[in-house]
Design a protein around this ligand. Structure first.
Ligand code: MN
Ligand code: MN
Length: 392
């Protein structure tokens, strides 16, 4: 062994030793990001790839009145350790009460109706925003917030959390806390008689129900203290990030929406027969929700493992970080998907682009083909292909 080789060997050996220590003492657990890169995830380590599909909108979820929250966590979809999602509908006058998520940031996309949110941060800033279909919000992990339906018609939105376990030990609601805190403690905290809390709810309300909110929100007790970074981004009000023969994509990460440090969101439209071509994401898991249409999603998991799932409107899919995949519209009308990544900076490696970037002799040897064959391959990243192949 030469000296540089020996040095590399020693560094690698030290890495294996520390990995063994880690895996020997600690199974992969919620909030432990190490499982994504180092410790094999038992859910995805079997001979066959597990299912990566869950029929979210067909599930029952939590229903109060005409409002609901349906969730996809590791309980419903065991492979989805990095990201959880919720479909939530609020009836007019309903509010998802003041709460926070101890172990997840919240990213959302509005499908129908209008929503108002107020979010409060540790610097003492609060922002109240109104949202329309196509708009996005992001609340950093642990920041207090509420969501309420505006107007006389229901609203429907999809929430994405950067932790697949978030539901089990993640949601802290204000009524749950106040309802269980001793009255003398509440009296001292707020400078009120204990009796002031007699008729407060005793248990978590979750969906509070009241009047339809005013056109303009009423002023908080301490007035408005607006944060330096907004929590709202109007995704579909922008032109698409990329337009191709076969489809188009809108994308927002922290480069355009600075507060969104841990989530990237995408709206992917595919024409019939269109394909988001074979690719992987080096730095993030991918969570998919079909807004409309029928798609076929493939997953490549190494060691010959390959799995295909068909997703339709209301279904959820999940692609682990670094796994190869593709999405094809197999219906006869356009498809639209909401896709979330647990990263603030979007990255992709597309197979077409990787091939185009390698020396021809490498490709020839690798595939046992004449080098001239590869001249016919695309000389660029395809990203989205149309029904009859890559556009110009
Ligand atoms: Mn929330
Ligand atoms: Mn992808």
């Amino acid at each position: 062994m030469s000296d540089p080789q020996r040095r590399e060997f020693l560094v690698a050996a030290a890495g294996i030793a520390s990995l063994a220590t880690l895996s020997g003492t600690q199974p992969a657990a919620a909030g432990d990001p190490s499982f994504m890169n180092n410790v094999p995830d038992p859910v995805a380590a079997g001979k066959e790839l597990p299912t990566f599909k869950f029929a979210l909108e067909k599930s029952e979820g939590k229903v109060i009145g005409n409002s609901f929250g349906k969730e996809a966590t590791v309980t419903q979809l065991p492979i989805s350790k990095g990201i959880a999602g919720v479909s939530m509908k609020l009836e007019p006058g309903a509010m998802r009460e003041l709460h926070w998520h101890a172990t997840a940031a919240e990213w959302a996309f509005v499908l129908e109706g209008r929503v108002r949110t107020t979010v409060f941060d540790p610097a003492g800033y609060a922002e109240t925003n109104d949202f329309e279909p196509g708009d996005v919000w992001y609340f950093p992990r642990g920041h207090g917030h509420m969501l309420e339906c505006l107007d006389n018609k229901p609203c429907h939105f999809i929430l994405i959390f950067d932790n697949g376990y978030f539901s089990e030990f993640g949601t802290f609601s204000i009524t749950d806390w106040v309802g269980h805190a001793p009255k003398p403690l509440l009296a001292k905290t707020f400078g009120l008689p204990e009796s002031a809390f007699d008729s407060f709810p005793k248990d978590e309300v979750y969906f509070a129900r009241g009047k339809i909110p005013p056109t303009e929100p009423s002023v908080p007790l301490e007035g408005w203290k607006l944060p330096p970074e907004t929590h709202r981004y109007r995704l579909l009000a922008q032109p698409p990030h990329g337009t191709f023969q076969g489809g188009r994509e809108w994308r927002v990460d922290s480069t355009r929406f600075p507060i969104s440090k841990t989530v990237t969101g995408v709206i992917l439209d595919l024409d019939p027969g269109g394909v988001r071509t074979l690719h992987w994401h080096p730095n993030a898991n991918e969570w998919q929700y079909v807004i409309d249409g029928d798609v076929s999603v493939t997953l490549f998991g190494s060691h010959g493992r390959f799995r295909t799932e068909q997703l339709s409107k209301g279904d959820v899919g999940y692609i682990p970080q670094g796994y190869g995949h593709s999405i094809e519209n197999i219906g006869n009308r356009p498809s639209r998907m909401l896709i979330g990544f647990n990263t603030g900076v979007y990255q992709t490696i597309d197979l077409s682009n990787w091939i185009a970037a390698n020396p021809l002799d490498v490709l020839a040897t690798n595939f046992s083909q004449p080098p001239e064959l590869f001249e016919k391959f695309p000389h660029r990243d395809v990203f989205i292909a149309a029904k009859d192949g890559p556009g110009k």
